[in-house]
Design a protein around this ligand. Sequence first.
Ligand SMILES: Cc1cc2nc3c(=O)[nH]c(=O)nc-3n(C[C@H](O)[C@H](O)[C@H](O)COP(=O)(O)OP(=O)(O)OC[C@H]3O[C@@H](n4cnc5c(N)ncnc54)[C@H](O)[C@@H]3O)c2cc1C
Length: 576
Amino acid sequence: MLLKKQLQQIADIVGEDYFSSEEYMRKLYSHDVGALPNLVNDILKTQVDAVAQPTSPEVVSKLLQYCLKNKIPVIPRGHGTSGYGGALPTKAGLAIEMTRMNKIHNVDTSNMTVEVGAGIIWGNLIEELEDQNLTVRAYPSSAPSSTVGGWVAAGGSGIGSTKYGGVSDQIVDLEVVLPDGRIIRTSSPPDDIIEEFVKQEYNYFPSDDEYIWAIKEVEKDDFDLTSFFVDSNGTLGIITKVVLKIIPLHAIRPFVASFKTKEQMIWAMQEIMKETRPFYLHFITEGFNQMLTDVDMPTHSQHPWVFLCAFEGSKEQLDNEEASLKKIVDNNMGVLEPQEVAEHEWDERFYPMRIKRLGPSLAPSEVYVPLSNLQSFIERVDRHFKGESFALEGAVNNKGEVAVLAWFLDDERKTIAFLMGWYRSLDFIELGLKENGRAYSIGMWNVSHSRSFFGKKKYASIAQLKKKTDPKNIVNPNKVFPGPIQLSMRFNYLIIIAATIIAPVVLWLAGLWVGDIMAAYGLEWLAVTNLTSALVAIGIGLFAGVAVSEIANYVPINFMLTMGRPFLRLGRKIFH
Ligand SMILES: Cc1cc2nc3c(=O)[nH]c(=O)nc-3n(C[C@H](O)[C@H](O)[C@H](O)COP(=O)(O)OP(=O)(O)OC[C@H]3O[C@@H](n4cnc5c(N)ncnc54)[C@H](O)[C@@H]3O)c2cc1C
């Protein structure tokens, strides 16, 4: 809990108008889009102490310096539309929300780039660019409400990624405030950061100065600091400006095709990726299609397996792509749906959660799998989650990977069953990994996949950067880099009280059932037989409770999630 004096000092830095420690704001800024089981809220310190909305990199810098000095955890935040726990507090602290840094600083039509404040909403940026006949190359389907900086930090792919790649392929340069308060440009990193990287890459000898500098010259250009901040979930610093690639505004022509079987649909998708260059290629499964009908939002497709394929370009390009698509759909016994169906599905691209009403809650999970393994992945998922209500959708990126999104229908009002259902999201990713896939985004919940997600070498580099710039782990703790979870006071007390009650009961039962064995080991004094021994047992319970609660505060989150999965799965069977 921050002291009153500290709250005031933070308010002074950011300005009273852009600061709040009111209860409703603290609650509001302690959530992301994922519905968190109540029990998790009870266990973790998932509420921030205050919210700051800085308006300039200099203010962000002062805030970070203050927080570093006072060891106050910082949680960078865009608009909280991600669901991987990246924007959730785990040790309370200060939420730094970036949406007031939302200006378009420069549109450079000679280099086809735009420089924006990291807190600008994608939808607003797209609208502004369209006025100048320009647009971005890719954007998330949460574009009406998510920020540019948030997508850079969370990583991933979106609409336009089938042609132009994921968010990492859109960035030219970033302005970042490092945890120590330095404001840097990732395209020209400071020397000490390069040195750190070179040190690690080449295992250099500190005495051999010439050797270091020689390598520095060679490596300075190759050193891609920008890429370190993509997918970093704000753990390496706060992104304050983003320079993005842009393109001339072209017409988009969407098509919807439907197929009787998943095999036909997937073959057609594979051919499309070989023969054409779609802007967006997105499919829904038969189950998803049925759920849309159940919520009175049918796709009106003739067959159950459906994809939406949109092309972007000049009229001539669009005509050519359209002709190729028609042939491919025909060859695979699909039906090209009427144009109004296609236009409708294109307009609905911003609303992937249309089936939520059936839940009433949705538990999502997402993983990349190669398009070549999509069929076996879907079959594997169907076998694994037989009996569960879920639906799948997915979009292909320019590397031939499909970001497959699972929506598990659930009901968060059923506290225990909802918590236990969490295993499905974790299992879904494991199933994807078995099909040569990779985690979609790390945040907090996928932290056990960090190493495989970034690759050993890159993970070592970003960990090194984190250690150098944030040795006290102040900025977004427990995200990307697994660390111990700090339990809430409430949960610590619960452990102690439970142990104090359980210990006397266990020792009383032990005295009744295995009293002889206890006596053989000289432990008969432990058995609860009268008031004095009951008090001793309570004392033991109290001691054990304090010890367990202390130890629990050192258990890393990835260990908790991995070890907890089988228990969740079993619990789900019992409580569902
Ligand atoms: C309907 C819907 C559709 C979606 N579609 C897509 C999609 O197509 N593709 C996709 O990849 N995701 C998608 N998402 C997930 C999410 O919207 C994206 O990850 C989004 O870009 C996050 O932006 P945000 O501003 O909400 O960031 P937040 O959720 O606030 O933050 C995300 C992460 O980034 C960090 N962060 C935020 N801003 C900064 C900053 N300036 N500096 C440093 N760190 C920062 C946070 O700490 C957190 O770890 C979707 C979500 C919804 C609800």
